[in-house]
Ligand binder design. Structure first.
Ligand code: NAD
Length: 500
């Protein structure tokens, strides 16, 4: 049986060439190869960038009114086809359907925000800045921009960027993860149906060679990247060396600090939701629970009991709360941490390897929810980003020790404090060195009109994703100083112009 082929989308149509390399795309719930994706070489990337550059010559001159009309049409189509998009995500990523729908909804939010581009990208005007002189500012698009995304949100993460990029007049080349490439192609079809001119939105599938060509291509003006920290660093350094504007969002190790006054049942619910949702394959997942003495035992007990009630199964099955991991290789890597955690001296409270699977699902990439207690810095389960359903509990004697632990961590994506003490909460949001903070909110992904981004090794560059940062990232400012000549402006004066 030949599997379905996923290919590039360039200049408004599917690529018709023959790929030298292809990648397998799995159904994680069965472990079977479901599709094959073409992996772009340098020439294919150049074709896509060429299409984006050609389309930019018209799109940049297209009125804000016309661009906005296309954005609204795309918003309607995306909303109408959200079930279909979610099902596609489930089939390649493995997350449960409700979670995939949530991902689409959060992407839709950014599309809706971008529909306001007229207001968002408005310049300013100062009359009579100097006598007879007016000054004003405008914001203009950059050109073709590349968006390189990770496997864990195949629809939402590209949508953190391309709605604003396109609304602002840029053209786009999306390079999705080769593990779950199909969502990007459906999004391309929706753009076409919405009336977006050919070449404004292109999709190039591939891996490192495609990414590296985008990073060095002289016609790519900006790069938005999301993925693991080593690749984010590589993308930032290579892209900026080639003169591009780059925002590169990296990995995470998110801590949830629990003070003794917190409601422990509600806190345990939140820890389970944020630790095991999407099988822990979220950059905002809670992977470290920091329990301030004396609540450690009570919390661990509550989490253990909740894990026992979780339904792990195929993402497409109605009752499933947690699906499989994305690939067999990733599942094996995550499972390896269970052995090293034990060898390092952590207590394995719940071992996810005991999760029962039968029938067609038996060969899926399963690992059940796993809980470690008495974890300490220096153990690999604490130090590494595991990116799976593995929650580690660290015990600390005081609030100050908890904050010191979080601030010493090289990552700084998200964090949360659970407490009923407003003063402690206020102190925490002031002191903690992390880009996104939740107060009794375990996954504090900002709404579309606030920007998303971590600190330290979780983000390279100075622009966060979407919100005002997104508008600034995808436009460049121009200041115009204007006067209308009259006889009073005559005469020779070689001095530096000053204002009067
Ligand atoms: P990844 O770094 O392996 O891949 C990300 C993208 O880079 C993919 O498109 C991939 O094809 C490409 N890529 C992979 N290796 C490359 C290389 N050597 N050179 C050039 N390009 C390369 O990440 P992933 O496994 O797909 O996604 C999981 C990671 O993404 C986790 O670390 C997670 O924390 C992170 N993530 C971060 C955020 C955030 O907002 N900070 C959001 C989502 C995911």
């Amino acid at each position: 049986m030949t599997s379905e082929r996923i290919t590039h989308w360039i200049a408004g149509r599917s690529w018709t060439g023959t790929a030298e390399r292809r990648g397998d795309v799995y159904d994680p719930a069965t472990g079977k190869v479901a599709r094959q994706v073409d992996l772009a070489d340098r020439e294919v990337v150049d074709q896509a960038v060429g299409a984006a550059l050609a389309a930019f010559q018209e799109w940049r001159h297209t009125s804000v009114a016309r661009r906005t009309t296309v954005l609204f049409a795309f918003r309607e189509l995306l909303n109408a086809r959200r079930e279909e998009l979610a099902a596609l995500i489930v089939s390649e990523h493995g997350k449960v359907h409700s979670d995939a729908l949530g991902e689409v909804a959060r992407g839709l939010e950014v599309v809706e925000y971008a529909c306001g581009i007229a207001q968002l990208s408005r310049g300013s005007y100062t009359e009579q800045a100097s006598t007879g002189v007016d000054v004003y500012s405008i914001r203009q698009p950059l050109g073709p921009v590349a968006i390189i995304s990770p496997f864990n949100f195949p629809a939402m993460v590209p949508m953190w960027f391309f709605p604003l990029a396109i609304a602002a007049g840029n053209t786009v080349i999306v390079k999705p993860s080769e593990k779950d490439p199909s969502a990007a192609n459906l999004l391309a079809a929706l753009w076409q149906e919405a009336g977006l001119p050919a070449g404004v939105f292109n999709v190039v599938h591939g891996d490192k060679p495609a990414v590296d060509r985008l990073l060095e291509h002289p016609d790519v003006k900006a790069v938005s990247f999301v993925g693991s920290t080593p690749v984010a660093r590589h993308v930032y350094e290579t892209g900026t060396r080639h003169g591009k504007r780059v925002q590169a969002l990296g990995g995470a190790k998110n801590h949830m600090l629990v003070l003794p006054d917190a409601d422990l049942d509600l806190t345990a619910d939140a820890a389970v939701n944020a630790g095991y949702g999407a099988a822990g394959e979220r950059c905002m997942a809670v992977s470290v629970l920091v329990a301030v003495d004396p609540v450690g035992d009570a919390l661990v007990d509550r989490i253990r009991r909740r894990i026992a009630g979780l339904t792990v199964g195929p993402g497409s099955a109605p009752g499933s709360e947690m699906g499989p991991l994305v690939t067999g290789a990733h599942r094996d890597k995550v499972t390896g941490y269970l052995d090293t955690g034990v060898a390092d001296g952590a207590a394995l409270v719940v071992d996810g390897r005991g999760h029962p699977v039968t029938g067609e699902a038996a060969d899926g990439f399963w690992l059940g929810p796993t809980l470690f207690d008495h974890v300490k810095p220096g153990m690999s389960v604490y130090d590494d980003e595991i990116f799976g359903p593995v929650l580690s509990v660290v015990r600390v004697p005081t609030y100050e020790d908890g904050v010191a632990l979080i601030n010493a961590n090289p990552y700084g994506n998200g964090t949360a404090l659970f407490t009923n003490d407003g003063g402690a909460a206020r102190r925490f949001q002031h002191e903690v060195e992390v880009g996104m903070v939740g107060i009794n909110v375990p996954i504090p992904v900002p709404v579309a009109y606030y920007s998303f981004g971590g600190w330290k090794s979780s983000l390279f560059g100075d622009a966060h994703a979407y919100g005002e940062d997104g508008v600034r990232f995808f436009t460049r400012g121009k200041a115009v100083t204007q006067r209308w000549l009259d006889p009073s402006h005559g005469g020779i004066n070689l001095g530096f112009p000053t204002n009067s």
